[in-house]
Write a protein that binds this ligand. Structure first.
Ligand SMILES: Cc1cc2nc3c(=O)[nH]c(=O)nc-3n(C[C@H](O)[C@H](O)[C@H](O)COP(=O)(O)O)c2cc1C
Length: 184
């Protein structure tokens, strides 16, 4: 297994746990590649950890085609860091979970992407071609700006499906490998 001193934070909002489950699979993938991962919900943000991380992955459920209200509050609360360019040059990526197959998730990834660009971060997408559209397939929702997953109205041990969780794992591995290619 490759080793690295790179650190990655994953910060998410997840009232019902589905987005959190996806976050945990991204973390597993990144850890597998030797990156140190800090997983945190927006209710428990560790600002000093975010400030020190080499990369930050942002995750929100899709609410009416947008990030959730609490996630937007988190975004706005980074304004001092935006002003001081504190996060400029850090790697960034985004993910969103929704109930609908589309659910207008693209809009959420675009919002997170613009937020990261406003901060001067280095955006990483999901360069994985869809392997099909069944629930066991990698990138079944064929997203490239970031990771999209979909959950039914059911417990987190049932949904999102296997393919989405495998895609989250792949995304974490990819981000970790990309992070390790960047020189400090
Ligand atoms: C206020 C609200 C708005 C929502 N809007 C959408 C939506 O626009 N599209 C969609 O597919 N699902 C929508 N959903 C479903 C959520 O995306 C889904 O419940 C969420 O991703 C579950 O994530 P969590 O378990 O991490 O909280 C909405 C849910 C709520 C509560």
């Amino acid at each position: 297994m490759p080793t690295s001193t790179k650190t990655l934070s994953i910060v998410y909002h997840s009232p019902y746990g589905h987005t959190a489950r996806v976050a945990s699979y991204i973390a597993k993938g990144a850890e597998k590649m030797g990156v140190k991962v800090f997983l945190m919900s927006i209710e428990d943000v560790q600002w000093d950890v975010l400030d020190q991380s080499h990369g930050i992955i942002f995750g929100s459920p899709t609410y009416m085609g947008s990030v959730s209200g609490p996630f937007k509050v988190f975004m706005d609360s980074t304004s001092k860091r935006w002003m001081s360019r504190a996060w400029q040059g850090k790697m960034a990526a985004g993910f969103t979970n929704s109930g609908g197959l589309s659910g207008d998730k693209l809009s959420v990834l675009q919002q997170i992407n613009l937020f990261a660009m406003q901060h001067g971060m280095l955006w990483t997408g999901l360069p994985l071609l869809s392997k099909g559209h069944s629930t066991s397939d990698l990138n079944r929702l064929a997203s490239h700006l970031g990771l999209m997953t979909q959950s039914d109205n059911a417990p987190v041990d049932i949904t999102p499906p296997e393919g989405d969780l495998k895609t989250a794992l792949w995304f974490g591995e990819y981000i970790a490998l990309t992070l390790q290619r960047i020189k400090d």
